[in-house]
Design a protein around this ligand. Structure first.
Ligand SMILES: [Zn+2]
Length: 96
């Protein structure tokens, strides 16, 4: 991938990943390190992209602001794991 700092194509993937599991790269032109999300609009959030997209999807679908939903991202994770448990519950009922 191109370096987000100098747009050089002389970048090398490193063995190291970020805390969130994003691949990291080193630019051999300007010697900056970056990850695959550096320079994307979502990077500053430092949350997994799929979670961010889920929140955006909810906002579009229900036309709610984050304040209307009364959640921060952490609450969102809890909610999502609850939804998953409901799915498992439904599945179990269906088969008993
Ligand atoms: Zn560079």
């Amino acid at each position: 991938m191109n370096c987000p700092h100098c747009a050089s194509q002389r970048t090398q993937e490193r063995n190291k990943k970020t805390v969130l599991g994003y691949r990291t790269f080193r630019c051999s032109a300007c010697h900056h390190n970056f990850n695959e999300r550096t320079g994307t609009p979502f990077n500053f959030l430092e949350y997994p992209t799929d979670l961010v997209l889920l929140v955006i999807l909810w906002r579009l679908r229900y036309k709610l602001s984050l304040r209307d939903l009364g959640l921060d991202v952490r609450a969102n994770v809890v909610l999502r794991s609850r939804m998953k448990r409901c799915e498992i519950g439904k599945h179990a009922l269906h088969h008993s």
